[in-house]
Design a protein around this ligand. Sequence first.
Ligand SMILES: CC(=O)N[C@H]1[C@@H](OP(=O)(O)OP(=O)(O)OC[C@H]2O[C@@H](n3ccc(=O)[nH]c3=O)[C@H](O)[C@@H]2O)O[C@H](CO)[C@@H](O)[C@@H]1O
Ligand SMILES: C=C(OP(=O)(O)O)C(=O)O
Length: 431
Amino acid sequence: MEKIIVQGGTRLRGRVKVHGAKNAVLPLIAASILASRGEISILDVPMLEDVKTITQMLKRLGVAVTLNEDNVVINAEKMISTEAPYDLVRKMRASVLVMGPLLARKKRARVPLPGGCAIGSRPIDLHIKGFEAMGVQFETGQGFIEGYVPDRLKGATIYLDFPSVGATQNIMMAATLAEGRTIIENAACEPEIVDLANFLNAMGAKVRGAGTDEIRIDGVDFLRGTEYTVIPDRIEAGTYMVAAAITRGEVFVEGAISDHLVPLIAKLREMGVHVLDGENGIHVRADGDLKPADVKTLPYPGFPTDMQSQMMALLLTAKGTSLLTETVFENRFMHVEEFKRMGAQIKIDGRTAIIDGGKPLSGAQVKATDLRAGAALILAGLAAEGITELTELHHVDRGYVDIVGKLRGLGAKIARVPVEEASHLKQKSFA
Ligand SMILES: CC(=O)N[C@H]1[C@@H](OP(=O)(O)OP(=O)(O)OC[C@H]2O[C@@H](n3ccc(=O)[nH]c3=O)[C@H](O)[C@@H]2O)O[C@H](CO)[C@@H](O)[C@@H]1O
Ligand SMILES: C=C(OP(=O)(O)O)C(=O)O
């Protein structure tokens, strides 16, 4: 077992490159199941734990998958199984995204119920309602749900009660091979939805309107292989932008797309951080005192919930009171208790965290309670006095490629060491 140790107090400087987006590549890999002819090649793939999990899932379904350094080659012509294995589904909620493609391609899907996770109960009722409208019949057994299509999937008009990212993606994928037109109303508008639509269209699908709240899909008879490059990770980019701001440093985040980061950029500027949109990236610089700000997470184009904990770390360093409201997940404040170990002054009132910022943070032993919380605690460690030790790194590994190496490249004093490393060796680890 390993931990990350961070010594705070260094201003970060330099250039960091963003990898391909985790939340874009997972649905792309699931969608590859839909290609009954030819080979799919996905480029700029971040080799994260989640990518390994979903590719293992495809292999267990009988799909041929080759993982290379930063690309994945998939051939689903001869897939054989329609049953997603529990040991993989429980590791990663995005596994439920194989359901739409399996129903479309094989007319059957048996998926263990993914259950809740640290950030909320995360039901899949909207996915199921959408599939049912398309003619899928479901049976629920102990711990699993099984759907089958008696005839052919039929296009339908589906209104989502909430613009769920996963439900929009699952329904969109199923609809590509359905008979007739599907319309998804109140659809999610995230850039990862647009990326999936572009990928499906490159495979021969007819998807229009992705990126707006109404997506129209005209079913086709089959999809084929293609080569596709995944979009840069806006949450990874945002994490490094906050790293620059929290250390009052100066960093160029290469590959960051400002159009995907509008609410974060607006809030950083409101706080007094200098953000410049450059060619192929974003330049971030901060000096001295920052101002507090109020932030509310919302579906895209609102402020992303996946940046909430990193933003909280930054607000802890801004003198005054900030309010941070989480509206997307009902339990995404697990990091608050960990921040408090570092001396943070935060009170929770329902879905709002009241942050009394500008008080010095001190290094402490903390644990990653989910993947973004892990990143946020590293950020807080960069701004704290003394040494912070972060455990439960499997969360961080789900979503960040080499976060330690990238931060070291910017001058951070950070290292990944075995958990049992003696205290007197810590200083040496930063050399
Ligand atoms: C792999 C991936 O892309 N994960 C992202 C995706 O997750 P995911 O697709 O799971 O998120 P959703 O947009 O579906 O969930 C948002 C909210 O809707 C609720 N809900 C969702 C589906 C449903 O059938 N019923 C229901 O009530 C959820 O419990 C949650 O409270 O979008 C989230 C919201 O931007 C991000 O935080 C995740 O990083
Ligand atoms: C919550 C996240 O991911 P997932 O939906 O895969 O749990 C995330 O990326 O912050």
